[in-house]
Design a protein around this ligand. Structure first.
Ligand code: PGA
Length: 268
C-alpha cells in the first residue's frame, strides 16, 4: 500500500518534459511500395521541423522503399507486427530479427485489429513485445477497451491488466524501448474520438500501473500515446493533455498534410 501511494505522489509531480512525445502513423494495409515512397517524400519537408518523434509503421513489403525514402530525414520506420520466434515453421510470419536486420526501429504489437481478426491475445502480445525488445526494437504496445467494456465500467482495470500482462518479463532497462498506445477499440477508424479527458484519464491509469511495476521514474519517462480517430482537427486538444504523449494515427497518417498538422500539434 505504501508503495502504491508513493507511486501516486511521485506521479503528481510528473512533467511532460520528462518524456518524448511521438507521433506514429499506422498505415495498416495501405500503400504499395511506390506509393509509400511518394507519400514519405511528400511528408519529409512537412515534418522536418518536428519537436517530437515521427514514426511511420508501414506494411512489411513497403519497408525497403520506406527506409530508402526516409533516409537522412527525421522519419523513423516501423512495422505493424512481428512474430515471437526468431525463425521456424510459421508460414506467412515475419520475425523481429528480420525487421531489425532491415533497419526497422519500431514495431506495433497487439493492435486491436490483430487481436480481433488474427487471434492475438494478451499472452501472444507479451511474447511479441518481448521478441521485439530482445532484438533492440522499440515496441509500441496497444491496449484498450471495447465499447461494451467501457459501458460496463471496467476500462481502468482492463487496461491496467492488459498493460501488466503485456509487460510480463520485460526488464526495467527494456522499458526505455516501450511505448504504450492507449487505443479504445470503439474509437478506432470510427470517427468517434475519446474526449481529451477520457484519453488522459486512461493514459494516467497506464502510467500509474507502470509506476507500480517499475517505479515512478520509469512511469514518468514512458511515452503513452492516444490512438483512435485522432486527426488534424482534434490532435491539439488530445496531445495537450498532461498524460498523453503523442498519438498512434491510422486514417490521418495516409495524408501528408493531415499527418503533418498532428506532428505540429505534438511539437508545441
Ligand atoms: P484511426 O486508427 O486513427 O484510423 O482511428 C488508429 C489505429 O488503429 O492505430
Amino acid at each position: 500500500m505504501e508503495n502504491e501511494s508513493n507511486a501516486k505522489d511521485g506521479l503528481q509531480i510528473m512533467n511532460k518534459a520528462l518524456r518524448q512525445a511521438i507521433i506514429a502513423g499506422n498505415w495498416k494495409m495501405n500503400n504499395t511500395p511506390a506509393q509509400a515512397a511518394s507519400l514519405i517524400n511528400e511528408m519529409k519537408p512537412l515534418v522536418a521541423d518536428a519537436d517530437c518523434g515521427v514514426v511511420l509503421c508501414v506494411p512489411f513489403v513497403d519497408i525497403p522503399a520506406a527506409l530508402e525514402a526516409a533516409k537522412g530525414s527525421n522519419i523513423k520506420i516501423g512495422a505493424q507486427n512481428c512474430h515471437f520466434e526468431a525463425s521456424g515453421a510459421f508460414t506467412g510470419e515475419i520475425s523481429a530479427p528480420m525487421l531489425k536486420d532491415m533497419g526497422v526501429e519500431y514495431v506495433i504489437v497487439g493492435h486491436s485489429e490483430r487481436r480481433t481478426y488474427f487471434g492475438d491475445t494478451d499472452i501472444t502480445v507479451n511474447k511479441r513485445a518481448r521478441a521485439a525488445l530482445e532484438n533492440g526494437l522499440t515496441a509500441i504496445i496497444c491496449v484498450g477497451e471495447t465499447l461494451e467494456q467501457r459501458e460496463q465500467g471496467i476500462t481502468d482495470e482492463l487496461v491496467a491488466l492488459q498493460t501488466k500482462i503485456a509487460l510480463q518479463g520485460v526488464t526495467a532497462d527494456q522499458m526505455k524501448k516501450v511505448i504504450i498506445a492507449y487505443e479504445p477499440v470503439w474509437a478506432i477508424g470510427t470517427g468517434r474520438t475519446a474526449t481529451a479527458e477520457q484519453a488522459n484519464e486512461v493514459c494516467y491509469v497506464i502510467r500509474e500501473t507502470i509506476s507500480e511495476l517499475y517505479g515512478c521514474k520509469t512511469g514518468n519517462a514512458v511515452t503513452i500515446q492516444y490512438g483512435g480517430s485522432m486527426n488534424a482537427k482534434n490532435a491539439d486538444e488530445l496531445v495537450a493533455q498532461p498524460d498523453v504523449d503523442g498519438g498512434l494515427i491510422g486514417g490521418a497518417s495516409l495524408k501528408a498534410e493531415d499527418f503533418s498538422v498532428i506532428v505540429k500539434a505534438a511539437s508545441k
